[in-house]
Each structure stands twice: as structure tokens, then as C-alpha cells.
Design a binder for this molecule. Structure first.
Ligand code: SF4
Length: 225
């Protein structure tokens, strides 16, 4: 019930005027290919079981992906890559996810966006990242008793996660660990439990189409969680 209550509170957040305007404009104007579909057009909650030992922190919903379907990475090219890899590793029930009712279930993994609303050009401002940080803090607190590894897709998720766990009183190595593909750091919860922070290039088309991130590279990181 606490899980649903938090998601309900997040789903009506309107704290970032620019993002609220953009998410709703996209949801009204739509892309021609999806003209017959309703768009979610609101903040996107975490996807996957709250007690998952693996947490994936992305960036923000895609305008015509999660902003349309209401589920992180569902319905866009980044999701095609991520869900295929999660399926190969046994975390996802199917290799693709295109709509809210497509039957996908995640086992052992939870996917969180540190910025919950689709930003123009996929670029949230510093202020928007800070405004959304309490929602990430709340989600990380929910995962804290169960999580073993936190995989961050890109530097924004990495930095947001480090800031979030610091707020929660976790020990983070100093100097601050730097993001890179395959970079790792050991965090410690206030109870003294170790949680591994793992960096992975984002599954955006910018990375997957240029070969900066290959399937083998993604599989290797996911296989190490
Ligand atoms: Fe609220 Fe986060 Fe969306 Fe801003 S990005 S409106 S803080 S849910």
C-alpha cells in the first residue's frame, strides 16, 4: 500500500513548469504513428518489484516512449535494447515491451527514472534534476533493504544516485566515484550492508547506433550485477 501511495503522489506531481508543459503538449499533439493511442503524459513511476535486488537508474522518460505508455523504457528504441538484454539475462519475461498491457513482467530488477517527466531533447535542466531528486530518494529508500546492485545508465543517473544515497546517510567513497562504462564503487548502507554501484553507457540510440554501446558490452555489465 505504501508502494502504491508513493506512486500515486508522484503521478500527480507538477513541480517543474517546463516539463509539465512539454509532457502534456506531446501527449496532446502525439506522433502520427500513435495517433489512435492515449498518452500517459504524466510522471512515470518505477517499474518492477519493489524488493528487487537489482535497481537500474536511467535518465528520463522518452517523449513518445514512457511518456506515452506510462512505463519506463516501454515503447521506444532504448527499451528494445534494454528489455532484450534483461530477457537474455533472465530478468524480463519477454525481450520487448511496447505497451502497458503487453504482458511484460520483471523479476529481480526495478527500473527508476531520476527525472520522472519527459524533457525536451531528453535534457533536463539542473534545477529540474534537483526538483525531482526527492522522488528518487523515496524510491531508493523503498529499495534500500533489498538492493544488491544499482546499475546507472549514464552520468546523470550515476550522479543522481550518489546524491540520493548520500541524503539517506549511505557511505560513498571519497573522492566521489566517476561515471564510466563498467565503472564500479562499493556503497554502504547505514546498516553497514554493501551495495555495488555500476556504470553502464545509456541504451539511447545515440550510443547504440554509433557502436559506443554494443549488445556484448551491455550483456557483460548486466551479467555482473
Ligand atoms: Fe515532478 Fe519530477 Fe516531473 Fe518535475 S520531473 S514535475 S519533480 S515528477
Amino acid at each position: 500500500a505504501a508502494d502504491q501511495e508513493l506512486d500515486a503522489r508522484i503521478s500527480v506531481c507538477r513541480a517543474c513548469p517546463r516539463l509539465v508543459a512539454w509532457r502534456e503538449e506531446v501527449a496532446t499533439s502525439k506522433r502520427a504513428a500513435f495517433a489512435d493511442q492515449p498518452y500517459w503524459g504524466r510522471p512515470v513511476p518505477a517499474l518492477g518489484p519493489p524488493d528487487a535486488p537489482v535497481v537500474i537508474v536511467g535518465l528520463a522518460p522518452a517523449a513518445h516512449g514512457a511518456n506515452r505508455t506510462g512505463r519506463n523504457f516501454t515503447g521506444d528504441r532504448s527499451g528494445d535494447w534494454l528489455f532484450a538484454a534483461l530477457h537474455r539475462a533472465g530478468y524480463a519475461s519477454q525481450p520487448e515491451s511496447w505497451a502497458a498491457g503487453d504482458g511484460l513482467t520483471l523479476d529481480g530488477v526495478r527500473i527508476i527514472a531520476p527525472v520522472r517527466c519527459a524533457p525536451p531533447q531528453n535534457k533536463p535542466t539542473t534545477a529540474e534534476k534537483q526538483t525531482c531528486a526527492p522522488w528518487l530518494d523515496a524510491d531508493l529508500a523503498r529499495s534500500a533493504p533489498f538492493v544488491r546492485s544499482i546499475m546507472c545508465l549514464g552520468a546523470i543517473g550515476w550522479d543522481a544516485t550518489i546524491a540520493g544515497v548520500r541524503h539517506a546517510g549511505w557511505e560513498v567513497p571519497r573522492p566521489k566515484p566517476q561515471f564510466g562504462h563498467g565503472s564500479r564503487a562499493v556503497l554502504r548502507t547505514p546498516e553497514g550492508r554493501e551495495v555495488e554501484l555500476v556504470g553502464c553507457y545509456h541504451v539511447s540510440q545515440h550510443n547504440t547506433q554509433t557502436g559506443r554501446l554494443t549488445e556484448a558490452m551491455l550483456d557483460e555489465v548486466i551479467g555482473s550485477l
